[in-house]
Structures are given as C-alpha cells and as structure tokens.
Write a protein of this length. Structure first.
Length: 281
C-alpha cells in the first residue's frame, strides 16, 4: 500500500456509561414513533482522544494481535444499491477474500449494512443507516454462539461450535474515499476485557440480541487509516472463540468526526458485511 505521512488526529468518541441503578443495560433497535428516539437506559460518555493514522505502517496490525487488519482489493460489485444484487454478487467475493486472508475453512455471511452520512436525517430504517458514533463491539460471546445456531442448520451447528470460530466484519468505503466520518479502531492489546466491556441487550420486536458497550479507559490506543479508498478494506474482529490470551478477541470501533477532514469532503458512504468464520483447527 502507498505510504504517506503519519500523524495523529483527535476525535470525540462516545463511550458507554452504565445505568447507575445497576439494572441490565438495554437498547431498543427500533425508533419510538412518538419520540423519534430509540429507548435505552444508559447514557453516552464523550471523551476527546488521540487517534493515530497508521497508513504506511498498517501491516503491523493483524486480526490476531490488534483485532483488525487492513488490505487492498477492489470489489467487482460496485453499485451497492440493491440488497439482492449485493447478496448475489458481493457476498461471494467477500467470502473468497475472507477465506484467502484468514485461512478459514468456511465462512457464512449473515447480513450487511450500508451507511451513508446524511446530516439532519433520521437513522430510522435499514435503508437510512448513518455512521455509528458510539464505541462498541457488535457481538458478545453469548450472541456469537446464538448467531451460529441462528444461521446454520440445526444438524450442523453443534459440530461447528466445537471448532475455532470468529465473527468478522469486512468494511470498506464505497463511491469515494472515507475522509468524512472515518472509522476508528481500538487495538485489542490496550483493552481490559474484564473492566472495559459490558453486555447490552439489543431489543428487537421478536427477539433479543446482545452487543458490548465499551467504557472509557485512558489506556485505549485508537487507530485509523486516513482517506481509505473503495479498493481498500478493513477486517474487524468482533468475536473469537479462542480466549486464552494468545490472540486478540475483538476490536472496539466507532465512526468519528475528524477535525482534520478537508472542507467539502464527500459525505461518507460505506458497506460492512458480517460473517461467521470457521477453522478446521
């Protein structure tokens, strides 16, 4: 990849502040029509942090040490306007890339999200998703196991759960470079798993999921790659069944407003796919 001058930018990142009454944190996935808000019982905890641009040194950061890994490979599918087309055309090339880079024996993509920054518009539906401005991890151990049961046939899930498996997001900009609202990633080696992560229930109309809210830790080391282009991508580890300390388990992440983004930069557009990734050993 082309190297450029590294520097640190700053960003105000919204961390998670747990309910003071000790109740289980929750977050409704759907907007309340009466208020226009998603119900929740916790508050955001903003902190100004340094965020290092790793362009030119990105090869130092791998899924198994930092919890994320950058790469370059242009997508063959470039329209990103029709969900069925994305599933039929983009999913297969993503699976091929995941297996090639990780060495996995198999992978199953279970969903995708397109995000388009539209200031002043509500993030109130699957077609209107905006960049997420909250430090989070998409899955917990419990929700990762539940994903295997949900997305694999009942006859296969128990055997697959005996293997090493991960949940990995494949994120890339679409249309143009992501100078507006780039993605920040926290190096797992700076995360205190026992103190920094708290399970948050995601309440759907018919079920519950679970993510990790992330509490502030001044030791967190934040990274990003400035001006990621559509032919560049980043893998983000959201779960790893290997939890003996030998590898990164996950990487907290968030979109952020970069004060050094050039004036008039095109508004961010991106796609992330989420995959169950399985290994033979």
């Amino acid at each position: 990849m082309t190297s450029s001058n590294n520097y640190a930018t700053t960003g105000t990142l919204n961390y998670f502040f747990a309910p003071t009454d000790g109740s289980r944190p929750y977050h409704n996935i759907n907007v309340d029509p009466a208020t226009g808000e998603r119900g929740r019982n916790w508050i955001e905890d903003p902190h100004l942090v340094d965020i290092e641009n790793v362009r030119g040194s990105e090869d130092q950061y791998r899924l198994d040490n930092a919890g994320f890994q950058f790469g370059r490979q242009a997508a063959k599918h470039t329209r990103f306007v029709d969900d069925k087309e994305i599933e039929q055309e983009y999913y297969p090339e993503c699976l091929e890339l995941i297996n090639k880079i990780t060495g996995a024996s198999s992978a199953v993509i279970f969903d995708h999200t397109i995000r388009r920054h539209r200031p002043g518009e509500a993030d109130d539906g699957p077609q209107r998703r905006q960049p997420v401005s909250l430090v989070h991890v998409d899955q917990t151990t419990a929700s990762s196991i539940a994903r295997v049961h949900r997305h694999l046939p009942p006859s296969e899930a128990p055997a697959m759960l005996k293997r090493r498996f991960q949940i990995i997001n494949l994120w890339r900009p679409i249309s143009h470079a992501a100078l507006d609202w780039p993605l920040a990633l926290c190096d797992f080696r700076s995360v205190d798993v026992k103190k920094d992560l708290l399970s948050v229930a995601l309440v759907y109309p018919d079920r519950e999921g679970e993510t990790y809210g992330v509490t502030y830790n001044e030791g967190h080391k934040w990274k990003y790659m400035r001006g990621m282009e559509p032919d560049e991508y980043v893998f983000i580890k959201c779960f790893d069944s290997v939890q003996d300390g030998s590898v990164a388990m996950l990487s907290p992440h968030t979109g952020f407003q970069d004060p050094n983004s050039p004036e008039g930069a095109p508004l961010r557009e991106s796609i992330e796919i989420r995959a169950l990734v399985f290994y033979d050993n």
